[in-house]
Design a protein around this ligand. Structure first.
Ligand SMILES: Cc1cc2nc3c(=O)[nH]c(=O)nc-3n(C[C@H](O)[C@H](O)[C@H](O)COP(=O)(O)OP(=O)(O)OC[C@H]3O[C@@H](n4cnc5c(N)ncnc54)[C@H](O)[C@@H]3O)c2cc1C
Length: 402
């Protein structure tokens, strides 16, 4: 156990997927690492808990494609190191109106990166998936081999275990209340609310929905990262068809580019139930969560009733779960040095905007590169800069209320 006052090479604050994979990456390279978490490890009050997250290679923004492909590789490496699986492969289907801008960009990304894909009309979609999807005539599907489902809590636990095995020190129930520069010796002091303090040469801040709060406290910068409470919905598969929609079969992970954006995964976590949910939610205070009553589900219900009529029992979801997103105005990540008096000694990874989990391993690699080497190769970091918020504070804020 770390003792107050002990020195480290790198202190990572926040033990969700991003902090845990960063701690693993840093410790693996032989650096003395401390991972601090404000709540119990594997708690359910942030963004990285639960039973399933989609991984897909198709993105409207082409700079995410290389990151996802690197992540697939790093997920597999970590799985083989720990000896169990956290990622379950599936194929992926993007749906939407043929003139939808995002879907057209998805197709362009596939062309640009030579991703094998098939563009299917509404009839071909119905045929390929044995009538599971019933989409309007003006809609198309973009089908690729690169989908999958990750088990989030198990994955976070995997990276924490691997970090520990590489020598990292892990402490939970340690809320970081301040990060200060050591003006005499150099490096960083990390103070916790229970009165402990740790010195590190460098620090990585991966605090999810708490990013705005901690950054404001540490250097006064007001980041437009908005916590949002979202509701995950599970629907009962029609009796007798459960096996057809289970992971490992032909049924893909999918996304519908529309208003709202809807996504789904094959059945995995709860036998007989399938996850179909809306990418969106209600702005909230991360420290005073409403914990429901949840989002208005009218448009999701309508979509499920119309488009998945052959798959699920109509009506309402049979189970729901709550979780938090941390949204940036443009829905791109924040991965950058904190700057100011901290220069390159403090790196921030946040604002993962409801689509970061799949990239946990690559984000950990990038944050470790930044904090240890001052640069990260193989990624277009200009999209994730902290200064973009000052240049364009509102960005293209999307309506998150589903
Ligand atoms: C319902 C839902 C569905 C999603 N689906 C997908 C998906 O299909 N595919 C995908 O790629 N992504 C998905 N995401 C997004 C993904 O889960 C998140 O982007 C990712 O989990 C963010 O991880 P994080 O480590 O940044 O944040 P978190 O998991 O919230 O971790 C931050 C940690 O920092 C801790 N912390 C905060 N403040 C302090 C402090 N002062 N001191 C110490 N510790 C602190 C917190 O307690 C927390 O544990 C989904 C998210 C949700 C909620």
């Amino acid at each position: 156990m770390a003792i107050s006052g002990e020195d480290f090479d790198v202190i990572v604050v926040g033990a969700g997927i991003m902090g845990s994979s960063t701690a693993y990456q840093v410790a693996k390279r032989g650096h003395k690492t401390l991972l601090l978490e404000q709540f119990d490890f594997l708690h359910h009050r942030g963004s990285s808990h639960g039973e399933s997250r989609t991984i897909r290679a198709t993105y409207p923004e082409d700079y995410y494609y290389p990151m996802v492909m690197e992540s697939y590789k790093l997920w597999a490496e970590a799985e083989s190191e720990i000896g169990y699986k956290v990622l379950f492969k599936a194929r992926h289907l993007d749906l939407g109106s043929s003139d939808d801008k995002c879907l057209r960009n998805v197709i362009e990304t596939c062309h640009k990166h030579s991703v094998p894909h098939a563009v299917l009309d509404h009839q071909q979609v119905a045929e390929k998936f044995a009538g599971s999807f019933d989409i309007p005539e003006n809609c198309v599907g973009v089908f690729t081999e690169y989908g999958g489902v990750i088990k989030p809590t198990k994955a976070v636990s995997m990276f924490q275990t691997l970090a520990f095995q590489k020598g990292a020190v892990l402490r939970d129930c340690m809320e970081v209340k301040d990060i200060r520069k050591d003006g005499v010796r150099g490096g960083i002091w990390v103070h916790t609310s229970n009165g402990e303090k740790f010195w590190g040469k460098k620090c990585v801040v991966t605090v999810g929905a708490w990013t705005r709060k901690i950054v404001k406290k540490v250097n006064g910068l007001e980041l437009p990262i908005q916590p949002v409470e979202t509701t995950v919905c599970y629907w009962r598969i029609k009796e007798g068809h459960e096996a057809k929609y289970a992971i490992g079969g032909d049924f893909p992970t999918f996304a519908f580019y529309g208003d709202p954006y809807i996504y789904g995964t094959p059945s995995l976590e709860f036998p007989g139930l399938i996850k179909v949910a809306v990418h969106g939610g209600y702005p909230c205070d991360q420290d005073k969560r409403p914990w429901g009553p949840g989002m208005a589900l009218g448009s999701l219900k309508q979509w499920v009733e119309k488009s998945l009529a052959g798959l699920v029992d109509s009506g309402a979801p049979v189970a729901t779960q709550l979780c938090m997103y941390s949204m940036t105005p443009d829905e791109d990540f924040l991965i950058d040095f904190l700057g100011g008096e901290f220069g390159k000694d403090v790196v921030v990874g946040g604002g993962f905007s409801g689509h970061g989990f799949k990239m946990g391993p690559v984000v950990g690699r990038i944050l470790a590169d930044l904090v240890l080497c001052g640069e990260a190769k193989g990624v277009e970091l200009q999209h994730f800069r902290i200064l973009r918020f000052e240049e364009n504070p509102k960005g293209n804020v999307k309506n998150l209320e589903a």
